[in-house]
Design a protein around this ligand. Structure first.
Ligand code: UD1
Ligand code: CA
Length: 462
């Protein structure tokens, strides 16, 4: 859509968050809240998108540095929302059309609702369209003031009279503006209010005095325009986002045994007939196939699971890939860069890091496998450890197809175990083992005849 310019306000201090992280970078549904706002904005196909930054501008710009199309306007110091919008004027000089103003701290707003705002604004030929909502608890929001049904102004909580405070129609802080009169009108706004700030909300009264048409769009679901000013509101918005995601997944055929304790980030994809048990967190860019079973108390982040994968209780999977039919856990830890093959089995108390584990291979109990490439149909006995770190450098272990690693073996890297080779239980392997060979590296057993009887006899004498 041409002639649309999006501006997102994100310069404020976010004082009430009491945080060293800029408010708009706090995650909602696993993504910084500003990312959700940018996502909704992008669906308007705007000619330009500008983020107004000020407080901790550097951190916000660094987070968004991979978005070349995004412009930044700097507002330092911050003298209010009208002052913030004025900072955009040089960037939009000579532009005509519609400015859609969004707020960096209102992340639940749906793309459809922003599109409806634009459509309403255009069909009314208004100079400004204010998105409003009717809420149970209006405390803290600007109230919409109407005369004979028409909006005549917005008054902030702190400046409102007791009668005005009873109003339950609030300003969402989201607007569409005709660009032509906008910046001249902003210059007429004064900072005569409780906070001594330049309030964008005063624009409504300015336009009404000029007898220009101001429209409103009241959203059906007021939760969409919930702003985040405090940690309490952050958690409420996160809950709403989580409920929405769970509902979408269930509608698409995923079983969620206990939605109240299931936390699935917005971007996660899950196939049908997968069952998610209570207390599961699936985060980041994770993708789960169909027919999987994720048992209770599991966290999966930035990982890909193919179809029919089972993850037993109490596992942590980070930045890993698990192929079809494989099984992980209970109590397994797949660290960054673990790749589990088709129908492979990772059992309890097994930790992997940067390790490829081949199809049909098994490590059923108590192992650490780091910086290793393990082939297909390998059996890793209980207590096997790849000693990948010499105190300075990490080294690679290679175990070829069909090898059998006896229990309690240490494979001191760099080392290679050839195809089909055997390692005797309890070995410390420091040298490569050729294909088909048996590697044994341990002290030979000696049995000392009658030792116990002699020891006991000596104790009796003492
Ligand atoms: C604002 C509205 C209020 C509305 C509410 C909805 C004003 C005066 N009030 O109040 O009517 O009900 O949003 O959530 O507009 N910002 C800047 N620069 C500034 C000040 C703020 O960029 O100088 C940004 C903030 O970072 C934030 C947004 O503008 O993203 C809103 O500011 P905030 O201070 O949260 O305003 P509210 O008090 O919530
Ligand atoms: Ca706010």
């Amino acid at each position: 859509m041409s002639g649309v310019h999006v501006v997102i306000l994100a310069a404020g201090m976010g004082t009430r968050m009491k945080s060293s992280l800029p408010k708009v970078l706090h995650p909602v549904g696993g993504q910084p809240m500003v990312d959700h706002v940018l996502g909704a904005a992008a669906t308007l196909a705007p000619e330009s998108t500008t983020l107004v930054v000020g407080h901790q501008a550097g951190a916000i710009q660094a987070h968004l540095s991979d978005r070349p199309a995004l412009q930044f306007a700097l507002q330092v110091p911050q003298h209010g929302t009208a002052h913030a919008l004025q900072r955009v004027e040089p960037l939009l000089a000579g532009k005509t059309g519609t400015l859609v103003l969004l707020s960096g701290d209102v992340p639940l707003l749906r793309a459809e609702t922003v599109q409806l705002l634009l459509a309403t604004h255009r069909s009314a030929s208004a100079v400004a369209t204010v998105m409003t909502a009717v809420v149970e608890r209006p405390y803290g929001y600007g109230r919409v003031i109407r005369t004979s049904g028409e909006i005549v102004g917005i008054v902030e909580e702190r400046d409102a009279s007791p009668a005005q405070r009873l109003g339950r129609e609030i300003n969402s802080g989201i607007y569409a503006f005709d660009l032509a009169p906008l910046f001249d009108a902003l210059r007429t706004i004064a900072a005569r209010n409780a906070q001594g700030e330049y309030y964008l909300t005063d624009l409504v009264a300015v336009y009404r005095r000029q007898r220009l048409p101001v429209e409103t769009l009241t959203v059906e679901d007021s939760r969409e325009v919930r702003g985040i000013n405090t940690r309490g509101e952050l958690s409420e918005v996160n809950t709403i986002m989580k409920q929405t995601k769970n509902a979408e997944l269930m509608a698409a055929g995923v079983t969620i045994v206990d939605p109240a304790t299931t936390y699935i980030d917005t971007e996660v994809e899950i196939g049908p007939d997968t069952v998610i048990h209570p207390g599961v967190l699936i985060q980041g860019r994770s993708k789960i196939g169909s027919g999987c079973e994720i048992h209770a108390s599991v966290r999966i982040a930035d990982s890909e699971l193919s179809d029919r994968v089972t993850v037993h209780n109490f596992c942590l999977l980070l930045d890993s890939k698990v192929a079809e039919g494989a099984s992980v856990g209970p109590f397994a830890h797949l660290r960054s860069g673990s790749i589990i093959g088709h129908k492979a089995k990772i059992g309890n108390f097994v930790e992997l890091k940067k390790t490829t584990f081949g199809a049909g291979s098994k490590a059923n109990h108590l192992s650490y496998l780091g910086d290793a490439t393990i082939g297909a149909n390998v059996n890793v006995g209980a207590g096997t450890i790849t000693c990948n770190y010499d105190g300075q450098k990490k080294h690679q272990t290679v175990i070829e197809d069909g090898a059998f690693i006896g229990s309690d073996s240490q494979l001191i890297a760099p080392v290679r175990i050839g195809k089909g080779a055997y390692i005797g239980a309890g070995s410390s392997i420091t040298e490569d083992v050729p294909a088909g060979a048996l590697g044994v590296g341990r002290g030979r057993q000696t049995n000392i005849k009658d030792w116990a009887d002699r020891m006991r006899a000596a104790q009796v004498k003492r």
